[in-house]
Ligand binder design. Structure first.
Ligand SMILES: [Zn+2]
Ligand SMILES: [Zn+2]
Ligand SMILES: [Zn+2]
Length: 826
């Protein structure tokens, strides 16, 4: 379809004379499709009385405009200044040519070319105009749950292919009615080329069902039926934007207990959905910046500081012991309508069983969620791919993303230089994959933990989906160094000759190079890449304080409290392990993650030897049965099934257990998810306490074994936690409050981090002036903020994560950066 505008000469702007006519050809790259960019160009050209055309191509938007040179320059300037809000321009290439005599300005059909790099926009929350139309009784979309326009609505979750046109979305089955079609074809409409455009006459419809799939109600009655289920204290499974959500009354302790039990999620915090910012303010303190983040088009779950509330406003079981609540606003007209008819906040959590990916298809949701939900609210717009709700918060004055999915994925991170096309398979927990193309790295949506066959299947789907969407042919696959991660095995199978993984998906199977990247090296690189974009290219060496849970170490130990230096922040292909946390044993290996008491025992064993096994004064240790005690005693004495670890995350667990906090029993013995004990320790800390414990940085011997890219080092240091634990136990004996001991532990880590940075700043340490903070422990606010402030005050440039998570959700981006640097070096 081509739309003709009145010609420049006929539009009345023309005064007869055409001084200095020229032709300007533009190639615009960035998020420019599906955001109303072409109508904007059309209107701008019309306003400036310029002739020519605009069209989408596989890489972005192409424009040809002809007219007086000054007006063309104005056009070029206003293209960037006045663009539609959701659009972002990555680059605009301009070419001045001889005029060809265009008579009018037209929007031309999309051009399909070989290869594609156009940016798919994320799903955006309902804009203010669509929201008011949805609630305007005289509007033809009154109470229509699928209202959208080029400023809002589903994108990534409905795209089947590129360029982004309706036949390449899950809306292809819905034929536009005449009224919707005229909006779709009208360049002056907000719905011009809004691919998911729909109305009650032609678009998707709601249905409510029993858990067995039998229909209860249709259309508006289905919405009322779903609301009735919530009011009655039931659990509703609702097909949202990027997948199913489980919803229930957030005031009902019984409903929440049932949801937790059925979902097998005993303790992890649950998120809330409230009607608007005012409703969020009833539950939490909300700063203007937090309000803006809540109401942004990304509309993430924002972690807000909770108010002390009477129990009737919010049940206790939502986020036990957590001073923050995850709160989001409605993300679609369906959510707005659902909440409009309800006067209480809802618990809103992913429609899955713990460790499984979120359900997107009706049949699959009914199969998997029938045992959890009492009622289902479905609709007939298919979801092309799952996109969970994102999680973010305000940190040191700016938004920081903790889980990157709806609203953010798949926007690319832009690199300084061109990068070969590669895939990175990420790590194991909070998995996300990445693909590089030109100067863009597309980081996938959050995939969850790779613990179940369903999660593995989702992982493979997402890798193949990214490649297919961009018709990309990778030359290399980067993966974690851990030989047993399913994501590593997948990379190896994909790269083996005749592996067939890519071929089966109809993709080119080339000679794929495999590039293994050490986990904390990837953390460091991930933080560096993100900071290139924001403040220009980084140069010189950089220190990474990688404070983390678990990462495979090439020396046979589990890494996780690492200080790594890369000689070139712009190309972090190599690293030097400058320092680590002094290792301790992990009795039973990874099983110790769920039992902080084992780590407490291991720490004490290092400090006191066999005598530690007889201590009965610590509740977490007193919880061992005699048989368990003797098994762990043997593990610690012989090292059998008790690998060494330098993990800071595990040190947090061990300290929480020594202090007897965290976990279901509240004694620090056992936890139900990784990080639970560490969170309890953070929340226990009194931020006014400024005391510390000794955590000396001492010279050590060079460790055996090296990771790919690791430079051998003669000087190697350790942060020795033994004096810290001894001082903490002294405090405990003296009866110091837990709040004070927990704060002193945090301050000791800050002091330790500063000592390492000072060492890195010396000539011997490499003269490092910039420090990147990455790893799961930086989800700890107290640690993050204090360390960043302290390093900044000491004169270091501090690099932190913003758009990419500090946890393992950012690993794939770092793997791409390391692999690119290694490929460029040889
Ligand atoms: Zn809209
Ligand atoms: Zn319609
Ligand atoms: Zn990690």
């Amino acid at each position: 379809m081509t739309l003709e505008a009145p010609s420049a000469a006929a539009s009345g702007h023309q005064t007869g004379e055409r001084p200095n006519p020229s032709l300007l050809r533009l190639a615009v790259r960035g998020a420019v499709q599906g955001v109303g960019f072409r109508p904007f160009v059309y209107r701008l050209a019309h306003e400036l009385a310029l002739a020519g055309w605009v069209r989408n191509d596989s890489h972005g938007v192409e424009i040809e405009v002809e007219g007086p040179r000054e007006r063309l320059e104005t056009f070029l300037a206003r293209l960037a200044l006045d663009k539609p809000a959701p659009a972002f321009l990555q680059s605009v290439e301009a070419l001045w040519l001889t005029p060809v005599g265009h008579a009018s300005f037209a929007i031309r059909e999309s051009e399909r070319q070989a290869g594609t790099s156009a940016i798919v926009l994320p799903d955006l929350a309902t804009c203010a105009e669509c929201r008011s139309e949805t609630f305007a009784p005289d509007n033809r979309r009154y109470r229509y749950p699928f209202t959208n326009c080029t400023h809002c609505g589903p994108r990534f979750s409905i795209v089947l292919g590129l360029p982004y046109d309706r036949p390449a979305t899950t809306m292809r089955a819905f034929e536009l009615c005449p009224a919707c079609r005229s909006e779709y074809e009208d360049p002056s409409s907000r719905r011009f080329h809004a691919q998911p455009n729909a109305c009650p006459d032609c678009g998707p419809q709601l249905a409510s069902t029993e858990p067995d799939g039998s229909e209860r109600a249709h259309g508006a009655a289905a919405l009322a039926d779903a609301q009735a289920a919530l009011v009655a204290g039931g659990i509703l499974a609702m097909k949202g934007v990027g997948g199913f959500q489980l919803l229930c009354d957030a005031r009902s302790a019984a409903a929440i207990a049932q949801l937790r039990q059925r979902k097998r999620r005993p303790a992890k915090p649950l998120a809330l959905m409230v009607r608007d910012v005012a409703a969020a303010r009833e539950l939490c303190a909300v700063s203007p910046e937090e309000a803006a983040l809540l109401a942004s088009p990304q509309a993430p779950i924002v972690l807000l500081r909770r108010r002390t509330l009477p129990g009737r406003l919010l049940a206790d079981g939502i986020a036990p012991g957590n001073p923050r609540l995850g709160v989001m606003l409605p993300t679609s007209p369906l959510h707005h309508l659902l909440l409009e008819g309800i006067d209480f906040p809802l618990v809103a959590t992913s429609g899955n069983l713990t460790d499984e990916p979120i359900a997107i298809a009706d049949r699959d949701a009914l199969d998997r969620l029938a045992g959890i939900a009492d009622r289902f609210l479905l609709h007939d717009r298919p979801i092309a791919r799952h996109v969970d709700d994102s999680v973010a918060w305000l940190m040191s004055g700016g938004p920081q993303v903790l889980r990157r999915a709806r609203g953010y994925a798949p926007l690319p991170v832009v690199t300084v230089r061109e990068v070969p096309c590669m895939i990175a398979t990420g790590a194991h927990q909070k998995a996300a994959v990445a693909m590089s193309l030109g100067r863009q790295v597309f980081l996938s949506q959050h995939l969850g933990d790779m613990e179940t066959p369903e999660a593995h299947a989702a992982f493979e789907r997402v890798v193949l989906d990214l490649l297919a969407l961009y018709a990309a042919t990778p030359t290399a696959i980067a993966h974690d160094l851990h030989p047993d991660y399913p994501t590593t095995r997948w990379a190896q199978r994909a790269a083996s000759p005749g592996g067939g993984l890519l071929g089966r998906a109809g993709l080119a199977e080339g000679n794929l190079r495999l590039i293994a990247v050490q986990h904390h090296h990837a953390h460091l690189a991930s933080c560096l890449v993100e900071n290139h974009g924001a403040r220009g290219a980084l140069a010189g060496p950089a220190l990474g304080l990688c404070f983390d849970g678990t990462g495979y170490g090439p020396d046979g130990t589990v890494w996780g409290g690492e200080a790594l230096v890369t000689p070139d922040a712009a190309a972090p292909g190599d690293f030097l392990r400058l320092a680590r946390l002094r290792p301790f044993r992990l009795p039973g290996g990874e099983a110790a993650v769920r039992e902080p008491r084992r780590i407490a025992l291991a720490l004490l064993h290092e400090l006191e030897g066999e005598a530690a096994l007889d201590r009965a004064d610590l509740p977490a240790l007193a919880s061992f049965r005699p048989a368990e005690r003797s098994v762990f005693a043997r593990m610690l004495a012989t090292g059998w099934n008790a690998p060494w670890t330098s993990s800071l995350g595990r040190l947090f667990d061990g300290v929480a257990a020594l202090l007897g906090i965290g976990g279901g029993a509240g004694d620090g013995a056992r936890v139900s998810f990784e990080g639970e004990a560490a969170m309890a320790l953070e929340f226990a800390a009194d931020p006014r306490e400024l005391g510390s414990y000794p955590l000396p940085l001492v010279a050590s011997v060079s460790p055996a074994g090296r990771a790919p890219g690791q430079i051998s080092s003669t000087s190697f240091h350790e942060l020795d936690w033994r004096p810290l634990i001894a001082a903490l136990l002294d405090d405990r004996r003296r009866g110091e409050p837990v709040s004070r001991m927990a704060a002193r532990f945090h301050q000791a880590l800050v002091d330790g981090g500063l000592a390492v940075a000072r060492l890195a700043g010396t000539r011997e340490g490499g003269g490092v002036g910039q420090v990147a903070l990455s790893g799961g422990c930086f989800q700890n606010r107290l640690l993050s903020e204090r360390l960043a402030t302290t390093l900044g005050a000491a004169g270091f440039r501090v690099l932190t994560h913003r758009a990419v998570p500090a946890n393992d959700g950012g690993i794939a981006l770092g793997q791409i950066a390391v692999a690119a640097a290694r490929l460029a070096a040889n």
